[in-house]
Design a protein around this ligand. Structure first.
Ligand code: ADP
Ligand code: MG
Length: 699
């Protein structure tokens, strides 16, 4: 394969040159491969062009094609604008107007230019016009570039356009590139995959995505390139797993003495079907000689902790130690509390290790872990950060795993003799995203909630109804119930928000005389926090005012009411997490979203979604739609790659196929050493290595 050609710098291409190539470089286009993978953002189908005579104000966006017959710059500080008049048939004219970017738009458009313009028609000065439409220059200079039925429009930036890289320029450069050197393109996927799935040939697809001859051809090209992108991404993940299968894990058996006693005599309820199923999957992993790498995914309150606890008992029964890691001290403390209650009758030696464990105690714990006297340690990332040595670590449980970086996860999995890893998340991850993020791990899902739970009522409320909310809280408190009042904590304005929570605490205390109201926030000392939480758990306090420190994991079934202040400032997943603190017992629960009257359309949609459903899977899918996948976890934490053409939300069926094909390939040819895979391997290594996702095992 002519990989050299794909690596050629774009600066040597006709129509680019060393000077202009800077603008391309800044958009991530360095070589021929980058350029060919700079996919159009949209296509203009000439058959769906609207005649100016048929354009109506207020309609959906339309595309018109016309010739510029006049251009005017109107001066003035307030009134400055650039207007052009387009004509498509004699006498049929409409205006386009720009209030911003006047300087460069006016420079790029001249009388006589033929334009394709796309926008929403509106009424303007007596006629119909486009304001700030997308536009593209077409030309009929004999290249036949723009006379095809479907014309590619490319994503632009101000820099690109100022350097002359309009859609038209991209079409020209790519056209001559393909014309002159297209013969050097090769198929990039294994032919077995292309044939068995009936994919379009790679060479054809690379031309057709830029210059489609028909809508059908375009659809096929798009599917083929999406597949290729997802295939190579999955191949990267599959190849990691290839390495993993070589790593022996420790073999553990379930049904030991502690576990049996726990299941028979201690556990106060029956496991749900989904809990049982997850447990069976975990047991099978732990009993094999391959290191377990499993994500236990279940909505808030679905009962993941007890599944992890039973798995921990298998490990301890087999003579291993267990580390249980949580993202915050509050959560670690709570896990320690609930695990020690659960395990009390079993007499298991356990410890809590966090950043604020006093030095003397820490020393004691570290030595207990080293000798193996301590069987179970619960903690924050202090468990991995410190010089903690285990005697025989056999299982690491990581709760709310998305809060930990990929690196920390790796560190824990390298500890000691490569313990089995059980990740838990209450942030429901859409299936397509889970496969992508965790393509190298297995997933168990708990969808079913423990029996007897009542759905939480959620209501969006305005400031003027505050008194009604307080009355509701009074009723609950006088019935022996408990309430949360939550204030947002946004990093940039942490101080300000803290003030919110502190003054909120004062307000609530004054509003509820005689009721024990407490405050908890992230800046408090750990011992203080723990004391506040303990008093809330034991019902010594009735109302807990907090920042989002209670977001994850906190479990007080008697609390049935939550008031979320400034709800419009929270993300959807965060609201769902917060709301998960209530509805954990058998009593009905209510969640109040207090929101400003004036909100953005998006925050209204978020709050509406909260009112409509408590299904975390639906909420997360909705959240991804609103925010986009990259934003979903914060890209920094997730290491989520950005795809050029594939879309994780809409292309999940292609993702499934790509995953199956990639995993299948690594089974047949684990290191891609076969002759028929050597070109693909080279291509893969050259063009699919991404930051932080380097291919480590193949090669
Ligand atoms: P999460 O999945 O959010 O971590 P937890 O493990 O904290 O959920 O469980 C939530 C609550 O449900 C706890 O109080 C737990 O004791 C209880 N619970 C878990 N499983 C069951 C079950 N099968 N039947 C009844 N209650 C259960
Ligand atoms: Mg939990």
């Amino acid at each position: 394969m002519s990989l050299d050609f794909l690596q050629d710098s774009v600066q040597f291409l006709k129509g680019v040159g060393p000077h202009r190539s800077n603008a391309l470089a800044q958009s991530g286009i360095h070589n021929v491969h980058d350029l060919l993978s700079y996919y159009p953002r949209r296509y203009l189908d000439r058959t769906s062009v609207t005649r100016i005579a048929d354009v109506r104000a207020g309609s959906d966006p339309v595309t018109v094609i016309g010739t510029v017959v006049s251009t005017t710059i109107f001066p003035g500080r307030r009134t400055r604008r650039f207007e052009i008049t387009l004509e498509d048939e004699p006498g049929r004219r409409m205006k386009c107007v720009w209030f911003q970017g006047v300087a460069w738009v006016s420079k790029s458009l001249e009388i006589g230019h033929k334009l394709a313009v796309h926008g929403k028609p509106s009424k303007f000065g007596g006629g119909v016009s486009f304001s700030h439409p997308e536009f593209d220059r077409l030309d009929e200079d004999g290249t036949q570039l723009d006379t095809g039925r479907i014309i590619a429009l490319y994503p632009g930036t101000a820099l690109l356009e100022q350097s002359g890289f309009t859609s038209r320029a991209f079409r020209k450069i790519i056209y001559s590139l393909i014309k002159e050197r297209g013969a050097e393109l090769k198929e990039t996927l294994p032919s077995s995959v292309v044939h068995s799935l009936g994919l379009m040939d790679g060479r054809v697809a690379r031309r057709a995505i830029h210059f489609p001859k028909s809508q059908e051809e375009l659809d096929q090209a798009r599917d083929r390139l999406k597949f290729e992108e997802l295939f190579f991404f999955q191949l990267m993940l599959a190849s990691k797993r290839v390495g993993q299968t070589k790593i022996p894990g420790v073999v553990m058996h379930s049904g030991g003495a502690l576990e049996s006693r726990f299941l028979d005599d201690v556990l106060p309820f029956r496991l749900t079907g989904d809990q049982q199923k997850s447990l069976t999957e975990i047991r099978a992993d732990m009993a094999s000689e391959i290191q377990m790498n499993r994500l236990l995914q279940g909505d808030v309150g679905s009962g993941k902790t007890v599944v992890a606890a039973i798995s921990a008992l298998s490990a301890i029964d087999t003579g291993f130690q267990v580390a249980f890691m949580a993202p915050t001290e509050i959560l670690a403390e709570q896990h320690a509390r609930s695990l020690s209650t659960l395990f009390q009758p079993l007499g298991i030696e356990m410890a809590l290790l966090t950043g604020s464990t006093p030095a003397s105690q820490r020393k004691h714990i570290l030595s207990g872990l080293e000798t193996g006297a301590i069987k179970l340690v619960v903690g924050t990332h202090a468990i991995i950060q410190d010089k903690v040595e285990f005697h025989r670590l056999g299982l690491s449980v990581i709760d709310e795993q998305h809060r930990f970086g990929v690196l920390q996860r790796a560190e824990l999995s390298e500890k000691g003799n490569r313990p089995h890893i059980l990740l838990m998340t209450a942030t429901p991850i859409p299936r397509s995203l889970a496969l992508t993020l965790y393509g190298d791990i297995d997933v168990s899902v708990i969808r079913e909630l423990p029996p007897g739970r009542q759905p939480i009522k959620t209501k969006m409320v305005r400031e003027k109804e505050r008194e009604w909310v307080y009355n509701k809280m009074r009723e609950i408190v006088s019935d022996g119930g408990q309430c949360y009042v939550v204030y947002p904590l946004v990093e940039e304005s942490e101080k300000l928000d803290l003030k919110d929570a502190v003054s909120g605490h004062e307000l609530i205390s004054a509003t509820f005389p005689g009721v024990q109201v407490e405050l908890v926030h992230g800046r408090m000392k750990s011992a203080e926090k723990e004391a506040v939480m303990a008093r809330f758990v034991s019902r010594q306090s009735a109302i807990l005012v907090s920042t989002t420190v209670i977001e994850v994991g906190v479990d007080v079934p008697n609390a049935t009411f939550m008031l979320i202040e400034h709800a419009e400032r929270f993300g959807l997943s965060q609201l769902h997490q917060l709301r998960g603190r209530i509805g954990r017992g058998s009593k009905a629960s209510t969640c109040i979203l207090m929101a400003e009257f004036r909100q953005s359309e998006e925050s209204r949609k978020r709050l509406r979604a909260m009112e409509l459903t408590t299904d975390g899977f639906k909420i997360s899918e909705y959240d991804m739609e609103l925010r986009g996948a990259g934003d979903f976890f914060g890209t920094r934490q997730s290491g989520l790659p950005t795809f050029r053409i594939a879309n994780l939300i809409t292309d999940f069926s292609i993702l499934d196929q790509a995953r199956a094909a990639a995993f299948n390939l690594t089974q047949i040819d684990p290191n891609l050493t076969r002759a028929e895979h050597s070109e693909m391997k080279q291509y893969f290594q050259l063009f699919f290595e991404r930051k932080g996702l380097r291919l480590s095992r193949i090669g």
